[in-house]
Design a protein around this ligand. Structure first.
Ligand code: GLN
Length: 580
């Protein structure tokens, strides 16, 4: 049996300090040294998972291959590590307490008093070991900030785990923030010192301190932290703000963190890392020769700690991956669909873009604006990629404007429509009636059989993503489906359904659609953004980006650039760099 070694990442001073990216980067580094590595995220909230959380408050809900609805940090992990991370790698306080209480109700504690110590840490450790099973190194990110009441049980548990395993099996990394107050103009280390002290109070001394800050921490301040935290010299590591998160593993490696962490947990490098391809992609992101302009027309509501962009972080990343791999830069305009609601037919200003995406979504806000957008992309030959809701509404647009089915809709928005192009399946209706909202979702990876000769088939085939019998598995998170009754009607009018999933009862669920006489009009019921990785873009995003580039080149040749109508795009906000 493999004895897993653990690295625990904790945050200090403020939240949103970049623990997720630091954890993902460390994982990537250790993996590059030849170790089978996995990443675990602890979320100290009482929700069982992130499925019922509002994306505008908490950022995107990440969907794992096995159907978990998880905190977006797991997405960062997968994108950096090129690894499918299962849902049990996300541990929440809710899961811990629910398991312990359920076990108590079943009488499995044999009449004992069920107490915080030992039962809660025991359950935390059991789950950590389960997630780490079979891996040589597991990196555990503890959500929240040291000193939070909620993450104490987890700090207690990792310390108990270390006691079980013995010294040399667990390393601790504290990620702190060093503010530079504007009125002083000087970097301050005191909050970081206090974070060290708070961690010490939990019986933990950090082995490494990663210093997030506007600019790199200087040697003088490094020494103060070294002394205060009593860490070895060279274990305080600068992590200043950078242009792209993918630069972080390179910077951490420049500081030699990989070998130091390995040595702390008693391991030798198995091989020398090769960062050349990674570095190449980072260079493209930092200094692209040519930049594509993509419009993402969605529903944007900014509340809480998160920016609107956080709700579509995986799409943004999937585009970055596809662009970088094709030596292209990316500029995204986030356009609020509600601003396009009243436009008749084609929303002219959209023509300025090299491509348009309508992302996933729920409910009726902005729906007509999204449909107008899709009509514009279809008629004006603008590359279009529809994701989940973006596919459902593409089918609705086609039904209305090409098949002439007036008032065609999804029953999610208009339950009384005469033409329910998108509807809920009977089995799912039953679950909804029982109030089981989570259970009524199609979640996780589903296999689709692709139509040979279709564009979707060609893109997946070219990237060698196809499994046996022309199948591909992408992840899902939705309730509604293309209504099988309307498939022949839409097909007759020229819409091609290029892939389907066959349920055990024989029902075929439409997974992909496309328009044959269009430069790129592809939409999918799935979320292909969840399988895109840095250095391995998803084939549909790759295809979309290639089509965008073609359009850009043609437009440039014809020199018929269209100006953005400022009134129309008031709602557009600039691309923001990611905080975490
Ligand atoms: N609201 C749609 C559904 O539930 C689409 C969901 C999505 O885009 N993720 O089916």
């Amino acid at each position: 049996m493999i004895q897993t070694k653990f690295v625990v990442v904790v945050g200090g001073v403020i939240s949103g300090v970049g623990k997720g990216v630091t954890t993902a980067s460390l994982g990537k580094i250790i993996q590059e040294y030849g170790y089978r590595t996995t990443l675990i995220k602890v979320d100290p909230y009482l929700n069982y998972d992130a499925g019922t959380m509002r994306p505008t408050m908490h950022g995107e809900v990440w969907v794992t291959k096995d159907g978990g609805e998880i905190d977006q940090d797991l997405g960062t992990y997968e994108r950096f590590m090129d690894l499918d991370i299962p849902k049990h790698n996300n541990i929440t306080t809710g899961q811990i307490y629910k398991t312990v209480i359920d076990r108590e109700r079943r009488g499995e504690y044999d009449g004992q008093d069920v107490k915080f110590i030992p039962h809660i840490p025991d359950e935390i450790i059991r789950r950590i070991k389960l997630a780490a099973d079979g891996y040589e190194v597991a990196i555990i990110e503890i959500g929240g900030t040291v000193g939070d009441y909620e993450n104490k049980p987890f700090l207690f548990a990792v310390r108990a785990l270390e006691r079980q395993l013995g010294k040399g099996h667990v390393a601790y990394v504290l990620v702190v923030y060093l503010p530079v107050p504007e009125h002083i103009g000087e970097m301050k280390t005191k909050p970081a010192q206090q974070a060290v002290k708070l961690l010490n109070e939990e019986g933990i001394s950090p082995d490494f301190i990663v210093c997030r800050s506007k600019y790199a921490i200087d040697d003088q301040r490094k020494r103060i932290i070294e002394l205060y935290a009593n860490v070895e010299s060279d274990c305080v590591i600068a992590a200043p703000d950078i242009e792209t998160i993918y630069q972080i593993p390179l910077d951490l490696e420049d500081a030699g963190i990989g070998k130091k962490v390995l040595s702390r947990i008693g391991l030798e490098p198995k091989r020398e890392p090769d960062w050349s391809r990674w570095q190449q992609l980072v260079n493209v992101i930092k200094a692209p020769k040519e930049t594509l302009r993509v419009a993402i027309v969605g529903k944007y509501l900014a509340t809480g700690d998160y920016t609107l962009v956080d709700s579509y972080v995986s799409i943004q990343q999937a585009l970055i991956h596809a662009c970088a791999a094709n030596e292209l830069g990316l500029s995204i305009s986030w356009i609020d669909a509600s601003a396009l609601q009243t436009l008749d037919g084609c929303a002219q200003g959209l023509e300025v873009y090299d491509g348009i995406i309508v992302p996933g979504g729920f409910g009726q806000t902005g729906v007509e604006g999204k449909i107008n957008t899709i009509a514009c992309a279809r008629k004006k030959n603008i590359p279009y990629l529809g994701l989940c809701y973006g596919m459902q509404l593409a089918a609705v647009e086609f039904a209305r404007n090409v098949c002439g089915l007036q008032g065609a809709h999804t029953t999610e928005v208009d339950p009384e429509t005469l033409y329910p192009i998108i509807d809920i399946l009977a089995v799912q209706k039953q679950l909804l009636e029982q109030g089981n909202f989570g259970g009524s979702m199609r979640l996780g990876a589903y296999k689709a059989t692709l139509k040979k000769g279709s564009a979707v088939y060609a893109w997946y085939n070219q990237a060698q993503w196809l499994g046996e019998d022309a199948t591909v598995a992408e992840r899902h998170r939705h309730r509604y489906e293309v209504n099988p009754l309307f498939v022949p009607v839409l097909e007759k009018a020229g819409l091609v359904f290029s892939g389907y999933h066959e349920r055990v009862d024989g029902t075929k669920l439409m997974e992909f659609l496309e328009l044959p006489n269009h430069p790129f009009f592809i939409a999918t019921q799935a979320h292909p953004e969840f399988t895109s990785r840095f250095g391995k873009p998803n084939p549909l995003f790759h295809g979309f980006v290639m089509a965008c580039k073609k359009r850009k080149d043609t437009l440039a040749q014809a020199s018929c650039g269209v100006d953005v109508n400022p009134a129309l795009f008031q709602a557009a906000v600039p691309l923001e760099t990611l905080a975490s």
